[in-house]
Structures are given as structure tokens and as C-alpha cells.
Design a binder for this molecule. Sequence first.
Ligand code: GCW
Length: 681
Amino acid sequence: AEDGYDLWLRYRPLAQADAVRPHATQLVAPETTPTQSATRAELLRGLSGLLGTDLAVQPTATADGAIVVGTPASSPAIAALRLKTKDLGREGYLIRSARIDGHRATVIAANDDIGALYGAFHLLRLVQTAQSLDALDIREVPRTQLRMLNHWDNLNRHVERGYAGESIWDWHKLPDYLSPRYTDYARANASIGINATVLNNVNASAQQLTPMYIEKAAALANVLRPYGIRVFLSARFSAPVEIGGLKNADPLDPAVKQWWKDKADEIYKAIPDFGGFLVKANSEGQPGPQDYGRTHADGANMMADAVKPHGGKVIWRAFVYSHETPDDRAKQAWNEFVPLDGKFRDNVMVQVKNGAIDFQPREPFHPLFGAMPKTPLMMEFQITKEYLGFATHLAYLGPLFEETLRADTQVRGPGSTVAKVIDGSLHAGTLPKGAITGMAGVANIGSDRNWSGSHFDQANWYAYGRLAWNPYLSSRDIAQEWARMTFSSDDAVVQPIVGMMMGSREAVVDYMTPLGLHHLMGRSHHYGPGPWVEGGPRADWTSVYYHRASKDGIGFDRTTHGSGAVSQYAPPVAAQFDDVKKTPEEFLLWFHHVPWDYTTKSGRPLWGELVHRYSQGVDYVRGMRRTWDGLKGRVDDERHAQVATFLAIQEKEAQWWRDASIAYFQTFAQRPLPEGEAPPA
Ligand code: GCW
């Protein structure tokens, strides 16, 4: 059934198979390690599916069209080619058209088995996307070291902010029953270069660190290992109290330090290549070092010392906000972390969300990027669409990721992009020796047959992985690739789909939170409009806190005359955001409180522009529906029908967002709707 289970690894018969068959007559690939077996199996599965032929598996190439895979150590044929594989590291690879014993061959060469597996997936992608296999000369090395998924999965299988069913980790049946789905998960991740996974929610249960659950995690680690994926766990800071029987979890208490050392030793006995701990501390009610008057660095370093002898890492989240009502929540992470720059152990990374508030449809880049030159910062993106319409709204996040990565922090002059912070190149001179680099994505994976809750949400997992491997890729190219692999290699199908995808996130921005508005979703569930939300336990858990609409205007003044958040950016960026005329319009109301009659770039007054954007967002969704209807018969009926239904839901809800938001803001603006604009239904 075309239920989406196969993700982008569908391997259905390829229309262009005739052109590829001469390049895939034989397979020369070793099979003495689990990773080598996985590589060989994937190539056989993929190529036989795509080309409808069975490749002969051979010890050496004996005819034209062999695919020869391996490392100098695993493959005599590769060793004989004397390719420069050393500088590929563990994970890089070459794909070359070559001659072996006088026969035309395609070579996938790496320094290590895992590089060869990545190369095999790359070759399959070339076939799936119907690219020529003549004269190949590809060299790939990942730009970041840790390319990680963060599962917000609880032990009872509820997934926090998950919209794709329950957790894929069936803790109850582990460690004995290993669902085949775990292997498919590993294949999908390896195909895009993801090499690390945090199994459990950052709002962590201490139970995760008990012997029973360590054993279960070890069983998963065994399945994922051949695919190059290392397991990490979220650790609850107060675990020494909750499961260790200690009186406190003070990071400077020797008994606490010893407890974490023992715990690390225990975990590494079960999982020798355990990656380390991810920690959410002193944020949203989670325990942390500040409970004992200590700093984030005290807490992170204590845990880092525990895993250090085993080569482990601690990833400490910068998504923090204090219990007291803040003057501007956007400023808090910077205030707490910048003074700690240089104070972390060399096996600590600080994980920073793309923006300073919380995974909104659009945020300016987080001011921490570039502001901690001595600390490896890891990017945290949210793949699951907590604030972008869950699984039914079609929103391709590639452009969101790309926009953040390309944003210019200017901390070392123009061109100091966030991508260069993430890959370590911007601060190569000041980071600790051997500093690690990486990216984390909050997974959108669950037990749904299609994994991600919708077919198009698979693209967000895919795009995340591709950008983690290379943060300089174009989101459009990634969409092309994905659409070809997922739907069709026919341009008449691919181009309309890519067109839909590329504007889809902007449409969500328009119909939910245009012009820099943010956090106007319904309280706590974050689905649907709620700009009117006020009251409750904290000012920053209301919407009115963020939009600040009044009779005189709308927007959050974060300039030097307001909260001063702009000053957390490097001076040229701060100056730009401080000036209403120079602030890019997409961030207008993020940084400024603007009168309703303010003239926007279109010439419309702010009120008219706001209404226009809301309507434009709805129109875009209507356009997507038309485009999709036009693809009926060209995409299998099963997937076509589900996408069509979801788009209908999206249109209805985009309209709901528009109408509700306009009606609400009109009570402040006290102006009529611009001519031609339909009144809220
Ligand atoms: O976006 C908020 C979510 C919480 C989440 C938190 C975080 C895991 O609403 O559900 O908790 O961010 O990132 O820690």
C-alpha cells in the first residue's frame, strides 16, 4: 500500500531505468561487518526495486557496470585504486566512475564502513532522482560532527509535541522484542547522515536511568549501531535524589558527583559507545543546578566529568527562562549563558534553539549565535510542527532552517553566518581544541504508518538531516530531491510539488503571525489562534504579552528604548534591528511597537498590510489545493487523497486564523477592513 511507510526510500520501478541498468550489472561489496552487510543489503534492495534487475554479487568486477564498494581495508579493488580516502574522516566518501581491470565501474570508497554506507545511500539517491551515472566524481564529508534527533518521547509512549501517534520506542517489549521498525528508522536516518539520537524527552523521567531502562536503551543501541547512530539519553538533573536516594542533587556535592560517575560507568558497560547526556535544566520547572545556587556551567561540568573517561558528551540546553516574570523572555538565555562562555569543559556543547522565544513560524536568529566564541554551540531546530499547524498543515521547513543558517551574525564582520557558528569555522581560533560541532532536530517521528503524521512532514525530517550534514545546501534543491524520491521522477509532478512546498512556510507565517508577530497560538496546546490569551500563571504564557496591541499600535518594543533585546546582537545587527526603517519587514513587530497608520513597504498602512498578509496566507493554501488537484492521477490515489484532505483542513483553519486574528486586532485598530477584504465569517 502507498501508505508512506517507505519514506523517501521507496525504490519503486524507475521510469528512467534503462539508462541506469548498464551502470548496475554487478555488485562488489564486502560483508564481514554489520555495517557492510547493511550497505550491501541496501544497495541490492534499492537497485533491484528501482531497476527491476537482480545484481550479481561478485568478489571482483568481471564486466562493465560493476558497483564497487568499500574501504582500502575491506576491499582489495578499492585498495588497488589508491584513492585519497584518509582525509575523508570516518564518515566521508568518494563516488567515482573508474576502470577496474579494464571494466567500467562505479566506485564508492571510504575510510571507514560507515562512510561507505553513506556513499551507498548517495548513489541510490542519484538513481532515485534519475541523475546520470556517467563520469561521476563526488566527494562528500559532513560539515558537522553530531547530527542528531531529539525525541521528546516519554516512557509511557506519549510524545510531547508529537503529532504522529505514540512513540516508536516500545519500552514495554524491550529489550527482548526488537521491532523491525527500529531498523527502518536507522536506515532512514543513515540515508540522510543522521548519526545520533536522544531516545527520551528533555522533560526527562529519572526512570530512564534505572538499570531496567538502561538495558532497554542498550538493545536499541545495538540495532542502531550498524547504521552509525549513537544513542544519547536525556538526564533529569535531580535523578540522584529520585532514583539514587541522595538528599540533594547539588553539582558540587561529592556524593552527587560520585553518583553520576557511577551512573555513567554503569551505562557505558551496557552501551560502550553511548553518546552522553542531553539536559534541560532550570527551565519550565525542570530541576537544575540553580536550585542549589550553582550555575549552568557547574551542572554541565559535573556531568561532563562523569562521562569524560568514556569519551561521552554533555549537551546542555540554553532554552531557559526563570521562574520570575521576565522583563523580556527573549533576553534570558543570552543573559544566563554569555557570562559562562569559556567556563564549560571541552566535552560540553550548549544547544540553542534557532530563535530566542520558541520555535515560532518565524523568529530572528538567536542572539547567542556568535556570542559565545569559546563554547561549541549546537543548533536546535524543531522538526515537529508544534507551532505550525501540527501534522495537517503543509509547511515545508527547509526555508525556515535555511533562513536561520544563512542569517548573518556579523560578529566577525559580514559573512559571519549562523552556519559558520554551527560548523565551528567562525570561531575555530577560540573554541576548545577538538571542539565538537552539531545540530539537533526535535523529531516528528511516531508510530503512524507514515512516521511523521503526514506525507509532507516527511520532507521536514529529510531536509533537517540534509542540512545537518551540510548547512550550506539550498532548501529548494533539497525539496527537489525529496519530491523526486517520494512522489515521482517526472518533472511535471516534481515542479508543482516543489512550488507548493517552497512558499508553504511563508503562508503559515502570513495566516498565523505575519510581520514579526509571534506566540499567538492557543494556550498550551498551541493549535489554532489565541491572540486574546491573557491571565494565567505567567505573563509570558499569554499572547497579549507578545503582541502588545493597543489603540496606538501593535508589536513588542525590543529596541534600546524598549526591552533592549536588540543590544544582544553584534553592533551592526543591533543598529539595524533598532531602527524601524531598517528592520526587515518580516521582523517589524518582533522588534518594534508600530502605529496602525505606519506606512509599510507596500505603501499600505500597517493595519491594511496586516489584513493583507492574513488573506494572502489563506490564498496561498487555496493555491496549493488547486495545484494538488491538478496532480490527481499522477500521484497514487492513496497518498493523493490524504494530502488533498489535509489541504482542505488547512484551508479551513487558515481562514479561521485569519478571521479570528483580524476580528481581534480590529478591536484595537478600530479601523474598517481595507476595501476588497472579506469580513471575518
Ligand atoms: O516549546 C516548548 C514546548 C515544550 C517543550 C519546551 C522545550 C519539551 O511547548 O513542550 O518541552 O519548549 O523545548 O523544552
